[in-house]
Ligand binder design. Structure first.
Ligand code: NAD
Length: 301
């Protein structure tokens, strides 16, 4: 049995990871300020601490005796970071630094950092592979990249074992269905449920890789127990892609097109390194899960 600390464990990905850790018999502590997360997402078998990671005095002692830290907390969306880069920086960069210092001081065995495919920006070549240079095109993407660099630095300078997993558009249970934090799958699901047209950004031909949240949880467990300890970034995503129009078709119902945004046209994941270093491969495809999701929302056809 390991003692694990999950930041952002009341959020979408963190709560699924907590469930996975509890299921295998680990002791779990969740640190979350509930800014976007929900208390009811947290597994009742986990210890919940409502704290803000920007406040070192509140969090430092909670790392004592912890084996693995999974740093999932962040303000996790691209568009709102463009509106408010200062608040985003405060949460996304200062929290990583505090978590790494607290983990180092407590002698934690490994920190696994939730990184993002957004660090690649708009690359010419596909699939995206870890040898490509980072090219962030939003405050959020740059902040997530700074987090990766902090992990690498802490491994190099302080010998704190770290590893970064770059997620690609995660879907599954507990994903936010409304507001600026919702993903396109959840927005379309909620619009269809409320008999509203699905709002397709631009021409809807932008392509994205979508990855099931339970596959992401499994990647985290493998990363924690792997030999990787130098802060390197590894892609964690499916190796297929869908256009926004295809997703609208899967959800069904009428659509309207809205203003385009600054966003990459494609983000196809190259996941060979995750297979080689972690023995990880995603198992669930978006089209396998959509029927279950529609059933849950009470949507027919
Ligand atoms: P989420 O918003 O559902 O969860 C983030 C959690 O962090 C929330 O519970 C929130 O309350 C908490 N939080 C935020 N700031 C905090 C702070 N200062 N102190 C304490 N808690 C704080 O987001 P998610 O989709 O589950 O994302 C989890 C991680 O994965 C994030 O780091 C995100 O950048 C990364 N990521 C997500 C995706 C995706 O498709 N969802 C893709 C790439 C990377």
């Amino acid at each position: 049995m390991k003692k694990c600390l999950v930041t952002g464990g009341a959020g979408f990905i963190g709560s699924n990871l907590v469930d996975e850790l509890i299921e295998r018999g680990d002791e779990v502590i969740v640190l979350d300020n509930l800014s976007t997360g929900k208390r009811e997402n947290v597994n009742p078998k986990a210890k919940f601490c409502k704290v803000d990671l920007r406040n070192m005095d509140e969090i430092r002692h909670l790392f004592n005796g912890v084996d693995y830290v999974f740093h999932e907390a962040a303000l996790a969306r691209v568009q709102p970071s463009i509106e408010d880069p200062i608040t985003y920086h405060d949460h996304n960069v200062n929290s990583v630094l505090n978590v790494l210092v607290a983990a180092k001081d407590a002698g934690v065995k490994k920190v696994v950092y939730a990184a993002s495919s957004s660090v690649y920006g708009d690359q010419e070549k596909m699939p995206l592979t870890e040898d490509m240079p980072a090219m962030p095109i939003s405050p959020y993407a740059l902040q997530k990249y700074i987090g990766e660099e902090y992990c690498r630095l802490f491994s190099y300078v302080y010998k704190l074992p770290t590893v970064c997993l770059r997620y690609f558009n995660v879907f599954g249970p507990n994903m936010a269905t409304e507001g600026a934090y919702a993903s396109v799958v959840a927005i379309f699901g909620s619009q269809r449920k409320n008999n509203q047209p699905l709002t397709i950004v631009g021409d809807g031909e932008q392509l994205r890789t979508y990855t099931f949240v339970k596959d992401i949880a499994r990647a985290n467990l493998l990363a924690a127990e792997s030999d990787i300890s130098d802060g390197r970034a590894i892609n964690a995503g499916q190796s297929n892609e869908y256009s926004v129009n295809q997703i609208a078709e899967m959800i069904g119902g009428p659509t309207i097109n809205i203003e385009p945004r600054i966003e990459p046209r494609r983000n196809l994941c190259g996941n060979a390194l995750a297979k080689e270093l972690l023995g990880w491969e995603p198992r669930v495809k978006l089209e396998d899960w959509i029927p279950e999701y529609k059933k849950e929302l009470g949507i027919d056809g």
